[in-house]
Write a protein that binds this ligand. Structure first.
Ligand SMILES: Cc1cc2nc3c(=O)[nH]c(=O)nc-3n(C[C@H](O)[C@H](O)[C@H](O)COP(=O)(O)O)c2cc1C
Length: 176
């Protein structure tokens, strides 16, 4: 198998976060800077973010937009980051936002942090809770923090957390 650059090889999406760890202001700035410098169609930069630190007002307002089943583990994340896209053609700006968040995950790996993204969200509730302008479309929440102990997860999530990560074989992805 081709060797990946370690920043990609070591990235994965846990649910077990260290409930005591916090992110420094410098770490958050680096994550946002990585997103800011992502490429976008026409350099439109349609990404917008709301950053909540554990138990602050923004974090609580993002938390209520998550499914109850995810709140149990997500409450241990040091940061909940709502990623939204604004203006333009939604399909195009959603693509750009995804790319910006991908850059953020790579930067997180470089900082020894982990990210789990969530798209099963109550978007209408998030827009209301965060008082988002009408043209700002919430798309994903990134739970960010330092790795926690998987043994603290419920049994079903523990099994998923410690199970093998799988991908389709490359041959199955190639159209021709
Ligand atoms: C756009 C996006 C949406 C996701 N939504 C959810 C979600 O709603 N709930 C969840 O538990 N994980 C979610 N994930 C995490 C994926 O399940 C995870 O990335 C995938 O299983 C691959 O695992 P890995 O990131 O460890 O390689 C999401 C990931 C992405 C990129």
């Amino acid at each position: 198998m081709t060797d990946l650059t370690p920043l990609l090889a070591f990235r994965w999406s846990p649910r077990a976060f260290d409930p005591d760890a916090e992110l420094t202001a410098e770490e958050v700035a680096a994550l946002l800077e990585a997103a800011r410098w992502a490429p976008s169609a026409g350099n439109a930069q349609p990404w917008r973010f709301a950053v909540g630190h554990r138990q602050d007002e923004t974090w609580k307002r993002i938390m209520v937009g998550l499914p109850e089943g995810d709140q149990g583990w997500a409450r241990h994340a040091a940061v909940l980051l709502l990623a939204a896209h604004a203006g333009g053609e939604p399909e195009r700006s959603a693509y750009d936002l995804g790319q910006a968040v991908a850059h953020l995950t790579v930067q997180a790996t470089a900082l020894g942090l982990h990210v789990r993204q969530l798209t099963r969200l109550d978007r209408a509730r998030l827009a209301t809770e965060l008082d988002l302008p009408g043209d700002v479309r919430p798309l994903v929440v990134a739970a960010i923090g330092r790795l926690g102990d998987p043994a603290t997860l419920p049994a079903d999530l523990y099994a998923r957390e410690t199970g093998l990560r799988r991908r389709r074989p490359l041959a199955a992805l190639l159209l021709r």
